[in-house]
Design a protein around this ligand. Sequence first.
Ligand code: NI
Length: 141
Amino acid sequence: MSGEEEKGVIRISISLPPKLLEQLDEFIKNVGYASRSKVIQDAIRRFITEHEVMWNEEEEAVGLIAIVYRHDIRKLEEEITDIQHEYTQAITSTIHIHLTRERCFEIIALKGKVKHMRELLNSLEGKRGVEHAKLLIVSKI
Ligand code: NI
């Protein structure tokens, strides 16, 4: 593993369950990564970045909420719109897709504090007739 010979790189020893090591090697083979070290370095960086953004409520970030909900439940669409009107600071745009006769799919683009994104997600997913609600925080600003 040539990366470990580089100046400024410290060699460490880690323990992995055999099955996980097998999955790691399979992944390296399939994706074409240079080495185990490179995968582990990238995974650690990604893990730290995700945690910094996801778990810091005051962080300014961009992201999106995707929801699937029942179109055939009376007033639900109206309630979902009302909730969004409370978050005009965070919502930059909304795409509404009429999925089927009974269901709608909505993508809400967000920019602002992570805590507002989470609050909005909680308000939406708690509604009866909202079948799927996911928040994806893409990046810090
Ligand atoms: Ni619709």
